[in-house]
Design a protein around this ligand. Structure first.
Ligand code: XLS
Ligand code: NI
Ligand code: NI
Length: 437
């Protein structure tokens, strides 16, 4: 079997003083933070699509990266080589999980059955790879956006014949995910959205999406797949408006279609920022509503308005994110999937290692910082103080639903002007920054 990263050996933890670019400075998988090791907390996953299939093409030019595994006489040989390269990479990186779309790992065939055969062939090889390396599947998914047939949507297409193809893909991708012992399964809306409301029956399309997800749940039960279903919010790209636009929109959708107990969210950093939110906002919205499931770890660029899917390097952001994740109890079936791509000028195979090492170190630091802030209760005092008047008789009665507008008005009349304390935002930001070491 060919070696695709011959100049790279297994990546080790060497500590913060190491100058070795191919070593971890902060991610020490066995180091305990609180009750769990870093590896258990962070549950890193490598994504197949950007890292092994994406050569750096953009709307202005073709791919630029060297990807020797794609060099083959036919598509199936390339698919087998890509699997070899991916598992060699993940083993050397020392990550526990991977994620894939059906069409990343196996090419679309001449018809539905041919496509299913291609997928089954690669999935069998993947199972053996998992057994040999101990690497596990975090989640699988179906690509319901690349093929031209999905141009008007997949589950929300204007023709049910298209939905039938989407159904076949989801069914087969669920079979594959179950067979590989996947911890979860992701639905990202891809083309589920609209370009113009003038030709779109939005209510009908959303009903179709709700129906489709119920069918997926029925199939999950039928095959006894025990993994978690996730929906991944994103506001735009490729469509002008995606139905799963942010965590709150997904929550409303899940509630309306009676799906909320069966789905959690896979929050992607760059999608939250595209929606006009901080990454932390969508994480917190999901956590508050008990639907935080997993994370696509990346970052955007505020000066570019699109989904740049860069590797996360901002320690401030990883600390804020880990604070929400830890407070929500940490990951159970989810993890941190590097849904991120190399920049177009990063063309060497080693660049994939640098990118992941930096991102893993950034999250390891974020984890340690967040854990310490929570342990020291460094922010709790400020929040408790801010809301302490809610513990008064008035506050308690209000929260228990024991007051009316008339009674509140009487209180205001009797007590005059309220004292509203300083928000102390700058001080709290300083306290937070003091933990970033
Ligand atoms: C695209 C999405 C996609 C999902 C999986 O923007 O992030 O990569 O994570 O379909
Ligand atoms: Ni994603
Ligand atoms: Ni993205």
């Amino acid at each position: 079997m060919a070696e695709y990263f011959p100049r790279v050996k297994a990546i080790k933890y060497e500590g913060p003083d190491s100058k070795n670019p191919l070593a971890f400075k902060h991610y020490d998988p066995k180091r305990k933070v609180g009750g769990k090791t870093m590896a258990e907390h962070l549950r890193f996953a490598v994504c197949y699509w950007h890292s092994f299939r994406g050569a750096g093409a953009d709307p202005f030019g073709v791919g630029t990266r060297t990807m020797p595994w794609l060099d083959a006489a036919d598509e199936m040989t390339a698919a087998e080589q890509t699997l070899d390269a991916c598992f060699e990479f993940i083993s050397k990186l020392g990550v526990g999980f991977w994620c894939f779309h059906d069409r990343d790992i196996a090419p679309e065939g001449a018809d539905v059955d041919d496509s299913a055969r291609n997928l089954e062939h690669i999935v069998k090889l993947a199972k053996k790879k998992q057994r040999d390396t101990g690497i596990k599947l975090l989640w699988g998914t179906a690509n319901l956006f690349s093929h031209p047939r999905y141009r008007s949507g997949a589950a929300t297409a204007c023709n049910p014949h298209v939905v039938a193809h989407a159904a076949s893909q989801v069914k087969r991708a669920l079979d594959a995910t179950k067979y590989l012992g996947g911890s979860g399964y992701v639905f990202w809306g891809g083309r589920e959205g609209y370009e113009s409301l003038l030709h779109t029956d939005m209510a009908r399309e959303l009903d179709h999406l709700g129906r489709f997800l119920h069918m997926a749940l029925d199939y999950k039960k039928k095959i006894r797949f025990g993994g978690q279903f996730f929906i991944e919010p994103k506001p735009k790209e490729p469509t002008k408006h995606q139905y799963d636009s942010d965590a709150a929109a997904c929550h409303a959708f899940l509630q309306k279609y009676d799906l909320v107990k069966d789905f959690k969210l896979n929050i992607e950093a760059n999608h939250a920022t595209l929606a006009g939110h901080e990454f932390m906002h969508d994480l917190m919205y999901a956590a508050d509503n008990k639907i935080l499931g997993s994370v696509d770890a990346n970052r955007g660029d505020t000066l570019l308005g699109w989904d740049t899917d860069q590797f996360p390097t901002n320690i401030y952001e990883t600390a804020l994110a880990m604070m929400v994740i830890l407070k929500a109890g940490g990951f159970t079936k989810g993890g941190l999937n590097f849904d991120a791509k190399l920049r177009r000028q990063s063309v060497d195979v080693e660049d994939l290692f640098y990118a992941h090492i930096g991102a893993m170190d950034a999250f390891a630091r974020g984890l340690v910082i967040a854990h310490q802030i929570i342990k020291d209760k460094a922010l709790d005092k400020f929040v408790n103080d801010r809301y302490k008047t809610w513990n008064s008789d008035l506050g308690r009665k209000f929260e228990k639903g024991k007051l009316t507008l008339d009674q509140l008005e009487a209180y205001a009349r009797k007590h005059g002007e309220p004292a509203v304390p300083s928000g102390r935002q700058e001080l709290i930001e300083n306290v937070f920054n003091d933990y970033i070491k």
